[in-house]
Design a protein around this ligand. Structure first.
Ligand code: ATP
Ligand code: MN
Ligand code: MN
Length: 305
């Protein structure tokens, strides 16, 4: 499909109707800005439901991931018409939101290497739309420990009646993600965050030599930091299939649980390999229909105290 939608205009290539300037500029070694635009075009329809209607910060690295990067939250005057903006209470300045696939080409044009949406429901910043358990291993920790920890979260979350999914981050750890439905009782962010903290606390209490639920870096030595802090109104987590401004042009790769086992190598999933691998694995294909309200899980957690 990428060839069809790619045109030329005045010598500059066009992707999804967006002119790409300096298309040959290298963002990672051997990977150009035009390559990034084509990648977003390929994965756009899959990726969009995870970010549509949701404030989405962008890590921009206009001269490549090794040069200066900046984290853009707010929309800017004169930004591409393919991008949208969203106002949220408590902030005068509107946030960037990507509501159509063409917006992803505009992101590539900006040198946007990473997408970091909030975790709310579309168009409802105050309603949690997913839980993210961000497993952050200290450099000394073997990756097999991170894999085992993700599976431990899976068992807990399933016992609580939720449907967890796993993705690589394109970096050092894994994310366990739970899609949420709004439900009748409209559980808000404070309760949601408390729930996540309690789950992390319980898992850490069973193996304090392996885990910390504390921000303090000193306590993380040789342990996995169970980062529950993604679960708040303005907190972000990298989007599935987002590329990373890191060595090797890795992406945050959606996985099937059977793939979360010994031998899993996050470095294998890159801007060049991820889409073909996902078409084959069909990971996360039942993500949307797996969304559950948090209410039942809150009650089960309470009962098991
Ligand atoms: P890794 O597996 O290497 O930890 P990660 O994406 O989980 O990769 P973290 O540093 O654990 O990286 O951060 C988790 C999430 O928190 C990120 O995906 C990002 O959305 C958000 N985040 C982290 N640091 C920042 C920051 N300095 N500014 C804004 N958001 C951040
Ligand atoms: Mn992390
Ligand atoms: Mn973290």
């Amino acid at each position: 499909t990428s060839k069809k939608a790619t045109g030329e205009s005045g010598g500059k290539p066009e992707v999804m109707g967006v002119l790409i300037s300096h298309p040959e500029k290298e963002l990672w070694p051997g990977i150009s800005k035009l390559d990034l635009a084509h990648y977003y075009e390929e994965v756009g329809d899959w990726l969009l439901p995870h970010i549509k209607g949701i404030p989405c910060s962008i890590v921009r690295a206009p001269d490549g991931f090794k040069k200066e990067t900046f984290f853009q939250r707010h929309s800017m005057p004169g930004q591409s018409k393919m991008l949208d903006e969203i106002k949220v209470s408590g902030d005068r300045k509107p946030y960037v939101v990507i509501n159509r696939v063409e917006g992803l080409a505009a992101v590539a044009q900006l040198g946007g290497l990473e997408l970091h949406p909030w975790n709310c429901l579309p168009d409802q910043p105050d309603v949690p739309g997913r839980l993210v358990f961000d497993l952050d291993p200290d450099p000394g920790v073997d990756f097999s420990e991170v894999i085992a920890t993700a599976k431990l979260f899976k068992d807990w979350l399933e016992a609580l009646g939720l449907v967890p999914f796993c993705k690589t981050t394109g970096g050092k750890g894994l994310h366990v993600v739970v899609p949420l439905a709004p439900g009748k009782s409209k559980v808000g962010w404070p309760e949601t965050k408390d729930f996540c903290r309690e789950l992390c606390d319980r898992i850490a209490a069973d193996a304090p030599e392996k885990y910390v639920v504390n921000m303090a870096k000193a306590k993380r030595k040789g342990r996995i930091f169970l980062d529950y802090l993604r679960n708040d109104r303005m907190s972000t987590a990298v989007a599935p299939l987002s590329t990373r401004a890191r060595e090797g042009a890795t992406v945050a790769m959606p996985l099937n649980w059977p793939q979360v086992k010994a031998g899993l190598d996050p470095k294998k999933y890159t801007i060049e390999t991820a889409w073909a691998a996902l078409k084959k694995s069909k990971a996360w294909s039942d993500y949307a229909k797996s969304a559950k309200p948090l209410q039942t899980a809150l009650e089960r957690m309470k009962k098991s105290r």
